[in-house]
Design a protein around this ligand. Structure first.
Ligand SMILES: [Zn+2]
Length: 676
């Protein structure tokens, strides 16, 4: 009896001392769930007054660069009261593996950075957001007085767990924890990351139904990447919201850090300057430091300054700072690591490389040439290039035209005055390369340049997303089918050139649209009837859905007929007011909603042929009135993977982890001998 009691007592002692250890005065760390609310004071900033960026639970590769910013926020939510004085006295300390705390300056051997101060407006409610009038005046946001310090270009040299603590006020403190994991060595010589922007599994299923033949309901073959070794799931939300935009989702892939809407490879502080936000090192910058001979390629059907490509070459709080993004491609940013200077750059966005919109009027075609680039501006010159020099191809102002306008309706590009040389001439769709032309030329050039050190290529099908935003389903399908054909040709090229066994291929999306198909539509029946009941009955579901009339008789991977009578009854879960008739817009690209007479809300576009204005089915808005298009959705996205390292991608994981998995596959995790 006595022995048993003793045992219980000693166990209790062990438990209480263990508990005491975790809550003792030396550790103020507590993992906090994100708070409820649509209007956070600042993303990833759960403490009432202190913010630390990178935020809590961030992860780093040993030796990868990051900026550290600490902000203290003084405010009173009662806006009738004056703003309190800023917290100018605060102490920032760091420790490793629960060891002793030391001053951040001492730990990183840096001078104390200057104290910065500014104010920002915290819009903390829907009424403050809308400026609702209450008691005769608009509801005002909360004024926040900020004091801050930023430490630039830090790194944790070794694996371990790290905590950063800020102590402020009489005795408040806030602590975040970072992990620097140690991972085994893997090796994929080449990595090709295909990003199908805004594509969900519903779109993959629909593209298969549009492009692939079937007999007795069984497909003759699947899409090219559906035979890949592994399939996984990626969680796409951002640090501070359920749904993401392409900037912060691409940044998560590129840097291993989730961020906020519109941010490119930085965490978002509260200051105005879009270029002073704490940066995190991108996979392309890490390649340049650790495997400098590896070749890097960026390919997209969008303008090159658009979010997805920009996340791999720039750092800015605002994705719309296109001029500076263009400059950062070859010149990088101050107080940071070397610029990426990709070996291959094939995009649109000519207006930011030359002419009045380019930074300080710089002619970047000349600047790229000076850095050793061969510059091409049309499909013919791209396809004819067989050199070993770095390659810059810019084929249009804005985004490249979509597959429809490059292949079927080239006349729609007459008069666009979008020539990449900024001469004011047209950039005809037939003169612009497609994703396949650009990707295969990128592979040829990257192989020549990377040699035994291999290459990293990001290739984006950008307009799947752009066409889903405006419910232009035929054009969205064609963009995805173009990606499918591109991947098929990529695999053939890799096999022919002896690179297949050494190449990790990833096919994923950066976020979803809530796209799905619930049956089929008889378009002739729909347009031949006026009453709504008859129109609704043009939709066939379950047993009446049958099959749509797409056939690929010439075997090029694309259907020969894009306007059959029976098409997919397709849509997304949200949108502004518009009409839907599932027609194909032949004379122009679809624009389903336009600004209404009140200039505040969006109404159906009378010119929208795809919706058959007032004759198609009416879709009622379920979005805030400022949204003129459908918006992204939160479903996880697919990731198909093939080749060395592809086992890493077969689970459910978060978007930031893609960076670490790619870095692991490319053997980029360990500091090189040159790094101290
Ligand atoms: Zn989008």
């Amino acid at each position: 009896m006595k022995i048993t009691l003793l045992t219980v007592f000693s166990l209790a002692t062990i438990c209480s001392s263990a508990l005491a250890g975790s809550t003792s005065s030396t550790s103020s760390y507590k993992l906090r769930p994100d708070p409820e609310g649509q209007f956070p004071r600042l993303g990833a900033c759960p403490d009432a007054h202190a913010c630390i960026f990178p935020p809590d639970v961030s992860q780093f590769i040993p030796g990868a660069y990051f900026d550290l910013r600490v902000e203290l926020h003084a405010y009173d939510e009662d806006t009738s009261k004056p703003t309190p004085a800023p917290y100018t006295q605060f102490k920032t300390t760091v420790r490793k593996n629960n060891g002793p705390w030391s001053d951040v300056n001492r730990y990183f051997d840096l001078p104390n950075p200057k104290l910065e101060e500014w104010n920002f407006s915290w819009v903390n409610s829907i009424d403050a957001h809308l400026g609702t009038i209450k008691d005769g005046k608009p509801v005002s946001p909360v004024n926040v007085a900020v004091s801050s310090r930023a430490w630039r270009k830090l790194k944790f040299k070794e694996a371990g767990s790290y905590e950063i603590k800020v102590e402020y006020g009489p005795k408040q403190s806030y602590t975040v924890k970072y992990t620097v994991p140690k991972k085994p060595k893997q090796k994929a010589k080449n990595v090709i990351l295909f990003i199908s922007d805004g594509t969900n599994t519903g779109m993959i299923t629909a593209a298969r139904a549009v492009a692939k033949a079937h007999t007795s309901g069984k497909y003759h073959e699947f899409l090219s990447f559906e035979s890949f070794d592994n399939l996984g799931h990626v969680i796409t939300n951002s640090v501070d919201s359920l749904t993401t935009d392409s900037a912060n989702s691409a940044s998560a892939y590129s840097t291993g850090h989730k961020s906020s809407v519109n941010a490119l490879s930085v965490y978002c502080d509260s200051s105005e300057d879009p270029f002073d936000d704490p940066k995190v090192e991108s996979i392309t910058e890490l390649i340049r430091r650790r495997q400098p001979n590896k070749a890097i390629g960026i390919v997209t059907t969008a303008y090159g300054q658009d979010a997805t490509p920009a996340a791999f070459v720039s750092h800015t709080r605002k994705r719309s700072t296109y001029q500076e993004i263009s400059d950062q491609i070859i010149n990088g940013v101050p107080d940071w690591t070397d610029p990426v200077i990709p070996d291959v750059w094939l995009t649109g966005g000519a207006e930011y490389f030359k002419g009045p919109l380019s930074l300080n009027g710089t002619d970047y075609y000349k600047e790229f040439s000076k850095k050793g680039y061969k510059v091409v501006q049309n499909k013919k010159d791209l396809n004819n290039y067989n050199g070993k020099d770095k390659l810059m191809g810019v084929f249009r102002q804005g985004s490249l035209d979509v597959w429809f306008e490059r292949n079927l309706y080239v006349n729609n590009t007459v008069g666009n005055k979008a020539a990449p040389d900024m001469s004011g001439k047209d950039a005809l769709g037939s003169d612009q390369p497609g994703l396949e032309d650009m990707t295969i030329k990128a592979l040829e050039t990257l192989k020549k340049r990377g040699g035994d050190d291999g290459f990293f290529l990001m290739s984006e099908a950008a307009s799947v997303d752009k066409k889903l935003h405006v419910f232009d389903f035929p054009r969205a399908f064609a963009e995805l089918v173009e990606l499918d054909v591109t991947i098929k040709k990529t695999v053939e090229w890799l096999k022919k050139n002896g690179e297949y066994e050494d190449t990790l291929i990833l096919v994923t999306a950066d976020h979803a649209h809530s796209f799905d198909v619930w049956g089929s539509v008889d378009r002739n029946y729909l347009s031949g009837h006026v009453d709504n009941t008859a129109k609704l009955n043009s939709i066939g579901v379950y047993g009446q859905s049958g099959w749509p009339g797409y056939f690929d008789t010439n075997g090029d991977g694309f259907p020969d007929n894009w306007t059959p009578n029976i098409v997919l009854a397709a849509g997304t879960s949200n949108g502004p007011d518009h009409y839907e008739a599932w027609n194909t817009s032949k004379d122009e690209i679809r624009n389903p909603s336009i600004t209404g007479p009140d200039k505040l809300t969006y109404i159906p576009n009378p010119e929208d042929a795809a919706g058959d204005y007032q004759k198609g089915l009416k879709w009622n808005s379920n979005l805030p009135t400022e949204e003129n298009q459908g918006v992204h959705s939160m479903s996880d996205v697919f990731i198909y993977s093939n080749g060395p390292g592809s086992d890493l991608f077969k689970k459910t994981f978060e978007n930031w982890d893609l960076f670490f998995k790619m870095a692991e596959a490319m053997d980029l995790l360990r500091p090189t001998k040159k790094e101290n």
